[in-house]
Design a protein around this ligand. Structure first.
Ligand SMILES: Nc1ncnc2c1ncn2[C@@H]1O[C@H](COP(=O)(O)OP(=O)(O)OP(=O)(O)O)[C@@H](O)[C@H]1O
Ligand SMILES: [Mg+2]
Length: 275
């Protein structure tokens, strides 16, 4: 059965797509069969990795027609597949809004991929809307990158909790919310960033408090993440090691994967050092 993980944030530009792509690439190199789903009208995840096979259909056909054949594209990374975003006009938002079971459709259709994949990773748009809702409701686990500036930390506490509280009643429609893991993301080595991270870990989050935890792993702000995106390779391959106190992308991403998915702790990288 595939574990569904949705990367979400009510704020744009925080690193969701980068994180989703790199999580997918690392999980695949750890021997997992992974399906990425680009649930964003701006198809950034769709073009993150080179494609070996481009399917004729994508997310729209999946959601509106329940199409599962001819919908999965294959990336150049072994074991890493992708459902493309194919909704440049943003029609899906409206369609979901006006379809009675719109928001829970994606969740139900994705179960058709349960036997084929170990992980399904969904990337979302940095806003609130019916399409984002449906990605959130599809997830067993939510991961939310939080840049350690005060505004982002506050936005996380306010926006994310509001979003979760609003969607919580969907449990009555068979779509209970998965727990949310906040990930301190793009951390730089300044005192201020560390203080904010500590504050965030301590803060209370109202009714959703028990469902939100902040991960111990921190992803640093380094140029490797941008360089790897430009080179179109997973960042753990791009930066296997580095000098100094900041962990390499390989160390940081491995720590994240093992913290999120402890059952993978005995797995080792199959493409050690490959670029
Ligand atoms: N750990 C990191 N360190 C430094 N830069 C990073 C890191 N992760 C991502 N970036 C850069 O931050 C920018 C935004 O990242 P990304 O596109 O992943 O954000 P997003 O949340 O998906 O944005 P949107 O809301 O527009 O979809 C990109 O230029 C990316 O290369
Ligand atoms: Mg994005």
């Amino acid at each position: 059965m595939a574990l569904k993980v949705t990367v979400t944030s009510t704020k744009g530009g925080v690193g969701k797509t980068t994180l989703t792509a790199n999580l997918g690439g690392l999980l695949a190199d750890l021997g997992q069969k992974v399906l990425l789903v680009d649930v964003d009208v701006q198809p950034t995840l769709s073009s993150y990795y080179p494609l070996e096979l481009r399917a004729g259909h994508g997310l729209s056909s999946l959601i509106t027609e329940g199409l599962v054949d001819g919908i999965v594209s294959r990336t150049a990374i072994a074991q890493l597949d992708l459902i493309l975003s194919d909704d440049p006009e943003g029609m899906l938002q409206n369609w979901i809004l006006h379809t009675p079971d719109g928001r829970v459709r994606l969740k139900h259709i994705l179960t058709r991929f349960d036997e084929t994949y170990d992980f399904i990773l969904l990337d979302t748009q940095g806003a609130v809307g019916p399409l984002q809702d449906s990605a959130i409701l599809s997830a067993d686990l939510l991961v939310s990158p939080i840049p350690p500036e005060i505004l982002s930390a506050r936005e996380f506490a306010r926006g994310t909790v509001q979003m979760l509280d609003r969607l919580r009643p969907m449990a009555f429609l068979g779509a209970p919310l998965g727990p949310l893991r906040g990930l301190i993301y793009r951390m730089d080595r300044t005192v201020d960033a560390r203080r904010i991270a500590q504050e965030l870990c301590r803060e209370a989050y109202g009714p959703s408090k028990g469902a939100i935890t902040i991960l111990d792993t921190v992803i640093p702000n380094t140029v490797a993440y941008r360089e790897a995106a430009t080179a179109r390779v997973p960042v753990h391959r791009w930066e296997p090691q580095r000098q100094g106190p900041t962990p390499s992308a390989r160390e940081a991403m491995l720590a994240l994967v093992f913290e999120l998915f402890p059952h993978l702790a005995d797995k080792t990288l199959e493409c050690e050092g490959a670029q």
